[in-house]
Ligand binder design. Structure first.
Ligand SMILES: Nc1nc2c(c(=O)[nH]1)N[C@H]1C(S)=C(S)[C@@H](COP(=O)(O)O)O[C@H]1N2
Ligand SMILES: [Mo]
Length: 318
């Protein structure tokens, strides 16, 4: 659903939901109660019975270094964006309702080797490695995370895209019974994201299956998500069920919801403000420090070449 909103200044992405328009406060509280009701499973405990648990911890790839300390797992695991389970940052409990097995991923579209593959087989198909990545949300906060996974490029090569495939489109699960946020019909579910195919082939684009030395906690987007650390966090789509090779630029969840504010490229750039707030600095979650934001989130050496010849303004939002 396209949402035209007049008074959208000052509220960050996390609160820029159109519920203000449609719902009374009482109804919002009731929704929050329903989300809160789903809590029972431990928020840190699922990893041990994961069928892939023995693959963790994976060997760290030392090529990916950080200039800041890793965000504590406890802090990270209670500060998430996962709208399928609510618009609050504290979705860890609600996300325990996410059923992560059985889970299969459909790889389709313009490729020579489409397939549907169970996540356990997919995780075993590619060698896992650990990488320390920066993570910068468009809401001007950031973290540093030890992700485990494999390069998206390996999956793209295995699917053998045709020459007409110019983009990779990613889709999150769709299950309003399981995910209370998906009952909020003003959002354009399911969550969609996309990359140009050369971005997907860049070594930094990482299919994430674990964090902090074990399989992903639900709230991190289990059982498999994307990490594109040179882009704002919303590009890093969670809980993926479908990866498609397509000719046209995919239209993402956030573009559909608020296309005037969230574009396809979403490359981190401190010089270009979001329409409603500056991107010059970011709050490090955990330390509370406010630090300067870096062009391409500090990954310019790896990715600047992808955008050569493009109007720089265009590589951020539109
Ligand atoms: N399916 C899905 N993917 C998503 C989101 C979401 O709400 N649903 N939020 C995005 C946003 S805005 C950010 S900042 C990151 C948050 O990842 P984290 O919770 O691991 O920090 O996930 C991104 N991927
Ligand atoms: Mo975000």
């Amino acid at each position: 659903m396209l949402v035209k909103r007049k008074k959208s200044w000052e509220i960050p992405e996390g609160r820029a939901t159109p519920e203000h328009m449609f719902f009374s406060r009482r109804e919002i509280i009731r929704t929050a109660g329903a989300i809160g009701g789903a809590l029972a499973a431990p928020r840190f405990g699922r990893a041990a019975d994961d069928p892939t648990a023995a693959l963790y911890p994976a060997k760290r790839n030392e090529a990916y270094k950080l200039d800041r300390p890793v965000t504590a797992e406890k802090v990270n695991a209670d500060y998430n964006n996962f709208y399928e389970f609510g618009a609050s940052k504290h979705v860890a409990d609600a996300a325990q309702a996410l059923k992560v097995r059985p889970w299969s991923i459909k790889i389709d579209g313009l490729c020579a080797k489409p397939r549907e593959i169970g996540v356990d087989d997919l995780v075993k198909a590619f060698p896992l490695e650990e990488r320390l990545y920066r993570h910068r949300c468009v809401e001007a906060w950031s973290m540093a995370i030890p992700w485990t996974g494999f390069p998206l490029a390996a999956l793209v090569k295995a699917a053998d895209p045709k020459a007409e495939a110019k983009y990779v489109r990613f889709e999150t699960f769709s299950d309003p019974k399981m995910a209370p946020g998906q009952r909020q019909v003003w959002y354009p579910w399911p969550y969609i994201e996309g990359l140009r195919i050369d971005e997907a082939m860049n070594d930094l684009a990482f299919m994430v299956t674990g964090a902090y030395g074990k399989p992903l906690l639900n709230q991190f987007g289990a059982p498999i998500r994307l990490a594109t650390p040179w882009k704002y966090g919303f590009k890093s789509i969670k809980s993926i069920v479908r990866i498609s090779f397509v000719a046209e630029e995919p239209v993402s969840f956030w573009q559909k919801l608020q296309g005037s504010e969230y574009g396809f490229w979403a490359n981190v750039n401190p010089q270009v403000a979001h329409p409603r707030w500056s991107q010059a600095t970011e709050e490090e979650i955990g330390t509370g420090n406010r630090v300067p934001t870096l062009l391409y989130n500090g990954y310019g050496e790896e990715v600047a070449g992808l955008y050569k010849g493009m109007d720089e303004g265009r590589t951020i939002w539109f």
